[in-house]
Design a protein around this ligand. Structure first.
Ligand code: SF4
Ligand code: SF4
Length: 219
């Protein structure tokens, strides 16, 4: 899922300075799960903005809304009447959500309240780890399902780098496991260690077209 975290309040206040009627919009999917942009976070940010503005003698009208998936145009359309009533929208969606809202309501400024960080998975209470950099050419079949592009500090396609610490820790960050040690152990368990002896050409990221587009074909 997509992991994001909220921007500092001061940065958000600076973005919306000059607008009096604002709709704060959350998203009910990834950013709800990672505690960044769901109903609760919409409520918290709205209260903080109201409080800050009233302290500064600058009354803001803050409306709150949450759509199920902010990256889906049909769902964002549901906000049309509410967006008409405001001067600006503050989105607690990921980057795709913010841009969807901005595309649908082109005549209104739409501001991002979150920093979209990565595609990851939960590792513990309130902790998410990056798992995929959306490189467009997945390599996991050769690495036992462990992505060296994001999990190796150097993004090496042929590892380990030679600096791995005792206990299989990364030379860059001793708190983290060396991704290539993890890959080795996984492949060993699967009886596929011959994959470690192969050489993989550097990826040609220029061959990955941006913006990406996928046309799925229904089975
Ligand atoms: S190789 Fe890594 S970054 Fe690329 S698609 Fe697979 S998991 Fe994502
Ligand atoms: S120690 Fe392992 S994870 Fe760290 S940079 Fe070297 S190969 Fe990558």
């Amino acid at each position: 899922m997509i992991i994001a975290e909220r921007k500092p309040l001061e940065e958000i206040k600076n973005m919306i300075a000059g607008y009096k009627r604002i709709l704060v919009v959350g998203c009910g999917t990834c950013v709800t799960i990672c505690w960044a942009g769901g109903e609760k976070e919409v409520g918290i940010l709205s209260s903080q903005l109201r409080l800050a503005s009233s302290k500064e003698g600058n009354e803001l009208s803050i409306q709150e809304a949450v759509v199920e998936r902010q990256c889906e145009k049909e769902m964002v359309e549901e906000l049309r009447d509410r967006v008409k009533e405001v001067e600006a929208v503050l989105s607690l969606g990921c980057g795709a959500g913010v841009q969807t809202v901005a595309d649908i309501f082109e005549d209104k400024p739409v501001f991002p309240a979150l920093n979209t960080a990565f595609i990851g998975m939960p590792e513990g209470e309130g902790l998410w780890t990056e798992m995929c950099g959306a490189c467009g050419d997945c390599f996991l079949d050769r690495t036992g399902g462990i992505c060296p592009i994001v999990r190796c500090a150097k993004g090496l396609l042929n590892g380990p780098c030679g600096g791995t610490r005792k206990g299989g820790k990364c030379e860059i960050d001793p708190e983290k496991d060396c991704a290539w040690v993890l890959i080795y152990r996984r492949l060993e368990k699967q009886g596929r260690l011959e994959l470690m002896r192969r050489y993989y050409e550097a990826k040609n990221y220029r061959a990955v077209k941006r913006p990406g587009k996928v046309q799925a074909v229904q089975a």
